[in-house]
Design a protein around this ligand. Structure first.
Ligand code: UDP
Ligand code: MG
Length: 331
């Protein structure tokens, strides 16, 4: 059966929130008449979350439950849900009732207008200021500058996107907050809309201030992947050529002095620098070559292409077009 929408929900110790969450989802989506599934990924919860989910799945045909063997983290849970998604659109949201499922139909509407991803912006965020909102404001500024994808709120889980866009994401570490950036580099059209945000009612937040640092580390990785992965030789090779060239010039200059004036060059600091630059230059070019090979392996191993196709149109004369035509005539 073709599904219109898959909701992907990472769940870690959210036993009290789950029944309300499912009720809210049905209240928001049933009136739209969409065919949808709710994929809850239990990320190794230590409370009764899985038991609650199993019980609800027995009565709710829309609910799909995946359960991790241990806690692999929110990003891994999202990736697992995306891998399992069958709907034409994928919506991501938190299990803790902080996101409002009632925003989803509006976001789907924006998707139908031609956007590939609609990201939520918690304009009126209901979290503590000092340890949650302040670091988040700083992190948003940094991410926005470094990734050059300008959004107000990267931390909001609530997002709706086309399934192809979702499945092209490869998420590791704490990377779920870079989803818009990664998608945008692949050419996705992204829109940010203000969404409702509510204070956490049950359970506790799974993150503290320590997350900020890990996000910064992942930012470096993401940034590296963005700029250098497809062309490491261009980056390292260029640096290597420039350093090597400058070093060679210095050594040549010293050699000329030695030959013409017979000056002693053994005690010249320039000699040391010149030799150093040549060695570093060679190293950089070699690093570029190795990185290039690694980049190729990475792309080939994942079947990744260096491009992303938005649409494909075929004329009626081509074979695929003819097959469709025949099927239409028979039907
Ligand atoms: N979560 C998860 N695995 C983890 C940590 C969190 O699946 O290791 C889920 C959690 O259940 C919630 C979502 O990720 O649905 C966001 O977590 P939380 O609400 O604690 O983050 P905050 O909203 O405070 O940033
Ligand atoms: Mg939360």
């Amino acid at each position: 059966m073709a599904l219109d929408l898959s909701l992907v929900i990472p769940v870690y110790n959210e036993e009290e929130s789950l029944p309300r969450l499912l009720a809210e989802i049905h209240a928001a989506l049933d009136p739209t008449g969409l065919a949808y599934e709710v994929i809850c990924v239990d990320d190794g919860s230590r409370d009764q979350s899985f038991a609650v989910l199993r019980q609800m799945a027995a009565e709710d045909p829309a609910l799909v439950v995946l359960s991790f063997r241990r806690n692999f983290g929110q990003t891994a849970a999202m990736q697992a849900g995306i891998d399992a998604a069958r709907g034409d659109a994928v919506a991501l949201l938190d299990a803790d009732l902080q996101n409002d499922p009632a925003d989803i139909p509006m976001m789907l509407g924006k998707l139908a207008e031609g956007y590939d991803m609609v990201a939520g912006w918690r304009a009126d965020r209901k979290d503590a200021f000092i340890n949650r909102r302040l670091p988040s404001i700083l992190a948003n500024r940094i991410i926005s500058r470094v990734t050059r994808v300008h959004l107000h709120d990267y931390g909001c889980t609530l997002k709706v996107m086309r399934r192809e866009v979702a499945q092209e994401l490869r998420l590791y570490g704490e990377m779920h907050r870079f989803i818009p950036a990664i998608a945008s580099w692949a050419g996705a059209r992204i829109l940010e809309v203000k969404v409702n945000h509510r204070a956490r009612q049950f359970g506790t937040s799974k993150y503290g201030i320590g997350r900020t640092l890990r996000v910064v580390l992942d930012l470096i990785v993401v940034r590296f992947m963005q700029s250098y992965l497809v062309k490491p030789m261009q980056v390292f090779g260029l640096m290597g050529l420039v350093t090597g060239f400058v070093g060679t010039l210095m050594c040549l200059w010293l050699a000329l002095q030695k030959i013409i004036t017979g000056a002693s060059i053994g005690d010249r600091p320039l000699l040391l620098l010149g030799v150093l630059l040549i060695v570093v230059g060679v190293q950089l070019v070699c690093t570029g070559l190795v990185a290039d090979l690694l980049g190729r392996t990475y792309h080939e191993a994942q079947g990744k292409r260096p491009y992303h196709i938005r649409t494909r149109i075929e004329g009626p004369g081509t074979r695929a077009g003819a097959a469709v035509g025949e099927a239409a005539e028979q039907g």
